[in-house]
Ligand binder design. Structure first.
Ligand code: LLP
Length: 429
């Protein structure tokens, strides 16, 4: 069931009317549904109940600590890519032995924090990183559990900017160098080899690239074992896509993905690790916004809304499609065509062009759907627009889980060097 849907003529998030949140918190604001997060996590995890598997939710998709705690309560682990995300995951109560650390450029300080926390595994992406990790581990008297992220040279992903498994991408150990990387790792006293890792891209809408990658990596696991390495985990990353709306490809359901993974890995005797992000968070949230103005252009109408590309970057950065609906159930006889745009001073600040939608007016509320993943997490304060707040709904209650800073809060983080305070007209912040 949809947890963002019309009840008595207006859209609710679970049992809370969105108009109430807009009135009390203001717009723009992200609104998340606990029930949807939980259901998506359960659908994914339950497809692997009969398998040794760790579901390490990819924190980057939506990193709010309340969201992480919601998933932790379901048993989720975490895939983190920075010391900051590690801190978030631990703060939200995700046990360290369910945390995997990915990323192509971990710093020594981040490695140290993760070693001291005793995380499950470091997904290492280069020999230079491996050597640094070995040194940090030895300094701290630790042994770093390592899987190499390998680059299987497979094409996958909904957009060039989120495709990661080709040899020209910066990610992973080059396929032809994987075995020598394991040989070197085996010789380092601060490193313990535990597994293999791969992540080929995001918003993947068919199973073929997963199949290709799993087959290639399974072969590698067999060769590594034959060379004497202990490979007990196989992390196949995230990447399973979600339906975004009418003109985008519909990805297979998690049950089909799970069936494929199980079929291809049945004889490997490994613990599987998954790093789903979008699949869990994407359709668990909407961006709620108010129409500021309708402007009649030369050859088109612009719907100018109070959300902008700094709040939801996906359309500007990846030409992403998001369904847009009015909060008040519309009269479907009155359809108009709009370019939906934000207030930022760039033409790229456009959510969609030439979209047929119910007629809207100044003051109307709208939602941009499928905004729970890579929405708030990628927001900025460009144009000095305060960071967009986040609200989590749970049944008939809601809580602000990230508040909107004031402009004063923003200015407080900046400071005036001495040589400028002497100028006339400079006000104290
Ligand atoms: N694991 C690793 C190592 C990753 O780099 C990613 C995503 C994931 C897991 C989770 O992938 P997912 O299940 O969410 O597809 N900002 C872009 C997506 C960037 C994905 C980056 N890596 C967007 O809004 O489409």
């Amino acid at each position: 069931m949809r947890h963002f849907d019309y009840q008595n003529g207006e859209m609710f998030a679970e049992d809370v009317p969105l108009s109430r949140i807009a009135g009390e918190v203001g717009t723009p604001v992200y609104v998340y549904s606990t029930a949807t997060f939980t259901r998506h996590y359960r659908v994914f995890a339950d497809s692997f109940l009969d398998t040794k598997a760790l579901i390490a939710y990819s924190v980057k998709a939506n990193s709010n600590i309340a969201v992480l705690a919601t998933l932790a309560a379901q048993g989720a682990g975490a895939d983190v890519v920075s010391g900051g995300e590690l801190k978030r995951a631990l703060t939200a109560g995700i046990p360290a032995n369910k945390i995997v650390f990915s990323g192509v450029g971990k710093t020594r300080a981040e490695m140290g924090d993760a070693l001291m926390a005793d995380i499950r595994v470091f997904n290492v992406e280069s020999l230079a990183e491996l050597r640094a990790l070995n040194e940090v581990a030895l300094e701290l008297g630790k042994n770093a559990p390592v899987a190499f992220r390998v680059n299987p040279d497979v094409t996958a992903g909904g957009h060039a900017k989120i495709s990661t498994g080709k040899k020209e991408n910066k990610f992973g150990i080059a396929w032809s160098r994987a075995e020598e990387a394991y040989a070197e790792a085996a010789s380092l006293p601060g490193i313990q080899i535990v597994g293999v890792d791969v992540h080929i891209g995001s918003q993947i809408s068919d199973l073929a690239p997963f199949e290709a990658a799993i087959i290639k990596v399974s072969g590698l696991i067999k060769r590594l074992r034959a060379a004497g390495h202990t490979i007990s985990s196989f992390d196949i990353g995230g990447g399973l896509g979600i339906p975004y709306g009418n003109n985008t490809a519909v990805p297979p359901p998690p049950s089909e993905y799970a069936a494929l993974v199980k079929r291809l890995t049945a004889d490997l005797d490994v613990e599987m690790i998954f790093e789903p992000g979008r699949m869990i968070a994407g359709n668990s949230g909407v961006l709620l916004s108010e129409v500021l103005y309708v402007k009649r252009g030369e050859d088109r109408d612009f719907l100018i809304i109070d959300a902008a590309m700094n709040d939801l970057l996906r359309p500007a950065l990846y030409d992403a499609y998001h369904d847009i609906e009015p909060v008040m159930q519309p009269d479907l006889d009155k359809i108009e065509t709009y370019d939906v745009v934000g207030p930022i001073c760039e033409s790229g600040d456009t959510f969609t062009k030439g979209r047929e939608m119910p007629k809207l007016e100044s003051g109307d509320l709208i939602v941009l759907h499928s905004a729970g993943a890579y929405g708030a997490a990628q927001a900025s304060q460009y144009n000095t627009r305060p960071l967009v707040p986040e609200v989590l709904v749970n049944g008939d209650e809601y809580a602000v889980i990230r508040s909107r800073p004031s402009v004063e809060d923003i200015l407080k983080a900046e400071s005036m060097p001495d040589w400028l305070t002497k100028h006339e007209n400079v006000t104290d912040i």
